[in-house]
Design a binder for this molecule. Structure first.
Ligand code: SIN
Length: 488
């Protein structure tokens, strides 16, 4: 099916380096996950393109960091306006290359724009400090300065939002950027960069190169090895995050790593069960479960397990699975064949070890190659793959528990610590459990947590650094202590 946009020029198939679109000889196919059909081809870049992008970003940094904050803010604000003016087109682009339903695609555009708008506003509030001097005749200041060239490596699950919450604060702080979007979803990123250029982001300030999975290391190695890249911001797997941390050590780059999660979702026996089911539907089935903060382990108190499972299955079975082109679809295809294989492996492993399949549990091949039915499993235990690895799909895996102390220990018994959720009406328990959970994000009686004004990020092997909020802006700065003497 042809991709028809109001502005056909939003579909770009070239790199953007130093303010110019440039193609490469070798290319990478971008396909529709719903059908496997080719959408278009983009550059399969290597070291040469990565080096050119870095050179451009390095040169542009000298001037961009000096552009007054108010002027930077105005450019970022124009970018936000353009993104929202093209919400429909960008939503279609996201849905086509990533597979999420159109309403979610458009919703993601608004979500991405919220970061652009917010960081544009914050650009003018990047205040330093005046500190009382420790001796007379001196003035002591702490200045926040842009860290330098930032390399942003972005994932496929939110192709607009993840790039927005990395690039907008970088530009707001006065940094310049080299970006490598996910190989599965480069088109949304290229369209966003096109609009940033139109909004007046000067040449060289924002550069983007696309590359296949195979050639990505070639691109990223150039940035890792070069001391002019002062920060890496990455969303993706813990395995890759650790590799980036190791390889950044030689040049001691600053890192923001938003890595894998294995979120617990606890339903206590005093919970409002309908609200808890709403929470699972929002958090677990958003983007077909392909979300780092998606609940991976549901723990339900024995007393309410049957009632909760019944309510959940009713909602899950009512979900409409289908392509983004069908406005009724609520769950689209998974991103690729590897993703479906993993989901299938997790479900088969759980069932073979004694979990009970309450709903779903199969591929939906009649719809296309990458569809999997929304699934509910009961009687899951910690030995199963779905408890130890992120399933990243529409599978709600339920375990039963009897007491608070044990469930908190189980919830924390993972190397990961991104998000956790729990439902309870007991205010004492609420604060006890919120403080005991070892994660960077906690949702209490709430499943939809994302906000541009809140700090998003993990602890333990889910990474470090924060995105969104003033913390997410500070991560693109360093603090310079300035002391002036002889003022007596
Ligand atoms: C993610 O999956 O990494 C981000 C999800 C979100 O922004 O809520």
């Amino acid at each position: 099916m042809p991709l028809t946009l109001q502005r056909a020029d939003l579909v770009r198939s070239a790199n953007f380096i130093a303010g110019r679109w440039s193609a490469t000889e070798s290319t990478l196919d971008v396909t529709d996950p719903a059908t496997g059909e080719l959408i278009t081809r983009v550059p399969d870049s290597g070291a040469a393109e990565a080096g050119a992008a870095l050179e451009a970003a390095h040169r542009a940094f000298a001037t961009w960091k000096k552009v007054p904050a108010k002027q930077r803010a105005a450019i970022i604000k124009r970018w936000n306006d353009l993104v929202m003016a093209h919400q429909d087109d960008l939503g279609k682009l996201i849905s086509r290359e990533q597979g999420k339903p159109l309403a979610e695609g458009k919703g993601e555009v608004a979500y991405a724009a919220s970061y652009i708008e917010w960081f544009g506003e914050e650009a003018t509030r990047l205040n330093g400090e005046v500190i009382p001097a420790h001796v007379s005749g001196r003035k002591v200041f702490a200045l926040k300065e842009p860290i330098g060239v930032v390399a942003a490596i972005t994932p496929w699950n939110f192709p607009a939002a993840m790039i927005a919450r990395k690039i907008a604060p970088a530009l707001a702080a006065g940094c310049t950027v080299v970006c490598k979007p996910a190989e599965d979803t480069p088109l949304t990123s290229l369209a966003l960069v096109h609009l940033a250029n139109e909004a007046g982001v000067p040449p060289g300030v924002l550069n983007i190169v696309t590359a296949s999975r195979e050639r990505t290391p070639e691109v990223v190695d150039v940035w890792l090895d070069d001391s002019r890249v002062r920060k890496i911001t990455f969303t993706g797997s813990t395995l890759v995050g650790k590799h980036l941390a190791r390889r950044s050590a030689d040049t001691l780059k600053k890192l923001s790593l938003e890595l894998g999660g294995n979120a617990p979702f606890i339903v206590f026996d005093d919970a409002d069960l309908d609200a808890a089911v709403d929470g699972v539907m929002a958090a677990k089935f958003r983007n077909g479960g392909q979300t780092c903060v998606s609940p991976n382990r549901l723990f339900v108190h024995r007393k309410v397990q049957e009632a909760f499972a019944q309510k959940l299955c009713a909602r899950v079975e009512a979900l409409k699975v289908g392509p983004a082109s069908d406005p009724a679809s609520q769950i689209g295809p998974m991103i690729n064949a590897r993703a479906v294989e993993k989901i299938e492996r997790h479900v088969q492993d759980a069932v073979s070890r004694g979990a009970k399949l309450l709903s779903g549990g199969e591929r939906l091949t009649a719809l296309g190659p990458n569809y999997y039915a929304p699934t509910v499993l009961m009687g899951v235990d910690p030995s199963m793959a779905c408890s130890c690895e992120e399933t990243f799909g529409p599978v709600a895996s339920m375990a039963v528990f009897d007491d608070e102390a044990t469930v908190v220990t189980q919830a924390n018994d993972t190397p990961f610590g991104l998000a956790a959720y729990f439902y309870s009406q007991d205010v004492r328990r609420i604060w006890r459990v919120a403080e005991a959970l070892e994660t960077g994000i906690v949702g209490i009686n709430e499943g939809a947590l994302a906000s541009e004004a809140a700090p998003f990020g993990g602890v333990k092997e889910s990474g470090y650094g924060r995105e969104g909020s003033t913390h997410g802006l500070d991560d693109y700065t360093h603090v310079k202590y300035v002391c002036q003497g002889q003022l007596d």
